[in-house]
Design a binder for this molecule. Structure first.
Ligand code: NAD
Length: 700
């Protein structure tokens, strides 16, 4: 017997408790323990029925993902066999769902004959989020319990439901407000004494009979836009559809076949990688979890523009009072009005209640007087991208803020080491780089300067969590991690236009790969002028490199993107739909002639490889320069900052999937064509030569 599963007898009822903190995940050891105690109960003539529950605050959060791909040790049964054996047990089994019952946990509960649930618990089948479908009968049993529509909602979307909903849907039999185990033992006794055969979920037919197959096609159509290039969501639908046509044994065999196939796909590997990457990102090797942190009870934001307003909303949403500072009252009023309008929009779309809006708005105050910042625990500066202005502001903040306050900059590109020199507290200076729109985008690049203290880092990493963001620690460098990689790729995309491609072709390839949009639609959204100004700065830094001429020519026309209804595309009044424009095509063709390029055709593959491999090569440089802690952190930045599809796992994981030798070879070609922007990274070269991947690299 293993100690991750506990057993006790309460009278004639055997109580099996999965006790494998923190998640009670179904590991080999848990499977062995479950099976052993179950068999012992069957053989024990004194034992009339069984209760299955979880120790701590979980029932079972799912299968143990870290054991995926490993061969099952001898003597350990497969989960699906345990579930089938439970279902066929002549002795009633009652699941006492004390906390989350997810994935394999929910499947285990559905293999039990009855389910009681604590009011705070929830149930779900989130496997689709890992790129596969439930593989322990979930797609067959859940529709039999809750009906097809609800099963589709839960399995295809992967979102859990709470106890109330679970009861209403038929997933559970009873919500137990008091002692769950005592009630489950009583319930099990009643069932055993009733003399009735235990109710087998797999034999229920009412909710899966006479189902109009149109519902499945409707779902396929409904999920298509958000499930581009993915298999798992569609296979979830196929498997649920099978539950309406096949008996439980055939249905489980059908599900199994899909499950086994999907487990080996790149989609599942990539999504599993992202699952671990998101957990890994919080670990900072030299800043242990127990590092002292500054408590953030009040925040201040300098600048009430595009970013300042959105950042302030993040604090208010998290219940933290925040004061916003701007130079003049009219700028401040305009900034705060935008914030209010933003909340009002969310109320009118039904995303938040009026009460929530009122609460948030009441937490945001405004001032034009820096003296009002004395009690802020953190100040985030979000003024114009101008070094001398930022230094002036940091010097002022150093004077007015309490000595322990953290002073952070939201700069996208400036050297925060230099900004810190304006203060007498460089250990408390750092970057908190939010992405636009700051109240929506999940990424926060937290920037560590040469002097940022461990306490400062621990504080901003935990602040990210409080603001419900994904914080990634990065080092100081041009564009940090995300924008450094993006700006090179965006430039290379413009070079492709100069040589023969068109924006709509490039954007389509990048969109089809799985990004929410291509680089030119993105440029129109962010502002062609913004990108142009960044380029002007970068021209000074990289004067000897090839520069994009097409962006200069576009900027000169005054077409700044969506805000002027024209940029790389044209936009019909108020619409965000990018429409290819012959004006732009003419401008591109003219620019090619100006540069002396004979326009040539680009294949979709060439566009994709050129764009992605330039991103990957820059990512490799970021890694070798130590600006990111690990390659998977870069993947997290790209997923949350730019929508790199989860099913490709981020640029660095994607590179590992493709194989670094192929990427390196192509980067050598790009270097020949585009010069220093694509100079091959030494790390990429050495890993490719050693037959390794980025996953094998750990910085010294
Ligand atoms: P913005 O022009 O929209 O807003 C800047 C605000 O700062 C204005 O309201 C201005 O009145 C105010 N301001 C100027 N001087 C000030 C002073 N001395 N004291 C107080 N307020 C002052 O700019 P933005 O787009 O919000 O960018 C702000 C910062 O965030 C920049 O460093 C930028 O690089 C960075 N950033 C921008 C984005 C983006 O997409 N816009 C994304 C990430 C980071």
């Amino acid at each position: 017997m293993t100690d991750v599963v506990k057993f006790e007898k309460q009278g004639a009822i055997g109580v099996i408790t999965i006790d494998s903190p923190p998640a009670n995940a179904i590991s080999f050891a848990v499977k062995k323990g479950l099976n052993d105690y179950f068999q012992a109960c069957l053989e024990d003539h004194e034992c009339k029925a069984i209760v299955l529950t979880g120790g701590g605050r979980m029932f079972v959060a799912g299968a143990d993902i870290s054991e995926f791909g490993q061969t099952t040790p001898e003597g350990v049964p497969e989960l699906e066999d345990i579930i089938t054996n439970f279902e066929l047990s002549p002795k009633p089994i009652v699941a006492a769902i004390n906390g989350f019952a997810l994935g394999g946990g929910m499947e285990l509960a559905m293999g039990c004959h009855y389910r009681l649930i604590a009011p705070t618990a929830s149930v779900g089948q989130p496997e689709v989020n890992l790129g596969f479908i439930p593989g322990g009968g979930g797609t067959q049993r859940l529709p039999r319990l809750v009906g097809v529509e609800m099963a589709l909602e839960m399995i295809v979307r992967g979102n859990p439901i709470d106890a109330e909903k679970a009861l209403a849907a038929g997933a559970v039999d009873e919500i137990v407000d008091g002692d769950l185990i005592a009630r489950a033992v009583e319930f099990a006794e009643e069932r055993a004494d009733s003399g009735e055969a235990p109710r087998q979920t797999g034999q229920l037919t009412e909710k899966v009979s006479d189902v109009d197959p149109k519902i499945f096609d409707d779902w396929r159509e409904k999920i298509a836009p958000k499930s581009r290039n993915m298999e798992a969501p569609f296979e979830c639908i196929n498997a649920i559809e099978a539950s309406t046509k096949l008996d439980i044994v055939e249905g489980i065999a059908f599900e199994r076949e899909i499950f086994v196939r999907l487990m080996a796909t790149n989609e599942a590997k990539s999504m599993r990688h992202m699952f671990f990457a998101e957990r890994e990102v919080a670990k900072i090797p030299d800043v242990p979890r127990d590092t002292a942190q500054q408590e953030i009870k009040k925040a201040a934001i300098i600048g009430s523009g595009t970013m300042g307003g959105g950042i302030a909303m993040n604090f208010a949403n998290a219940g933290i009072p925040v004061v916003v500072v701007d130079v003049a009252q009219d700028a401040l009023d305009a900034g705060l009005k935008k914030v209010k309008d933003n909340y009002a929009g969310s109320v009118s779309r039904g995303r938040i209640s009026q009460d929530k809006m009122d609460e948030c708005v009441s937490l945001i105050s405004g001032t034009t007087d820096y003296a009002d910042l004395g009690d802020a625990d953190i100040v985030i500066e979000a003024v114009f991208e101008d070094m001398s202005l930022k230094k002036k502001i940091f010097a002022e903040l150093d004077n007015v803020c309490k000595p322990e306050a953290i002073l952070a900059s939201n700069t996208s590109s400036l050297d925060i080491n230099e900004i810190a020199t304006a203060t007498n507290r460089p250990d408390r200076v750092c970057g908190t780089h939010f992405f636009s729109p700051a109240n929506v985008m999940k990424l926060m690049e937290n920037v560590r300067t040469d002097k940022s203290s461990k306490e400062t880092i621990a504080t901003i990493m935990s602040l990210a969590k409080k603001l419900r963001k994904t914080g990634v620690l990065v080092g100081v460098g041009d564009g940090f991690v995300g924008n450094r990689m993006l700006h090179i790729a965006a430039r290379i995309a413009e070079f492709m236009l100069e040589e023969g491609a068109l924006p709509e072709q490039v954007d389509k390839v990048i969109y089809d790969f799985g990004f929410p949009m291509g680089p030119f639609v993105m440029s129109d959204l962010a502002g062609v002028d913004v990108r142009y100004l960044i380029r002007q700065e970068q021209k000074k830094l990289y004067a000897d490199r090839r520069q994009s001429v097409i962006i200069d020519r576009l900027y000169e026309t005054g077409r700044y993107g969506q805000k002027t209804n024209a940029g790389w595309y044209k936009y019909e009044d108020g619409s965000r739909k990018a429409i290819p424009d012959s004006f732009m095509e003419d401008l591109i063709v003219k620019t090619s002639a100006e540069l002396g390029f004979e326009r040539r055709s680009f294949s979709d593959d060439e566009i994709l490889e050129t764009y992605l491999y330039s991103i990957i090569n820059t990512g490799a440089k970021v890694l070798e320069e130590g600006l990111a802690i690990r390659s998977s952190d870069i993947d997290v930045v790209w997923h949350y900052g730019y929508g790199f599809p989860r099913y490709w796992g981020g640029p660095m994981f994607y590179a590992d999937l493709i194989g670094l030798p192929k990427i390196y070879e192509k980067v050598i070609e790009l270097h020949e064509r585009y010069g220093a922007w694509c100079e091959p990274s030494n790390l990429l070269k050495s890993l490719a030569e050693e037959g390794k991947g980025f996953k094998d690299f750990s910085p010294a």
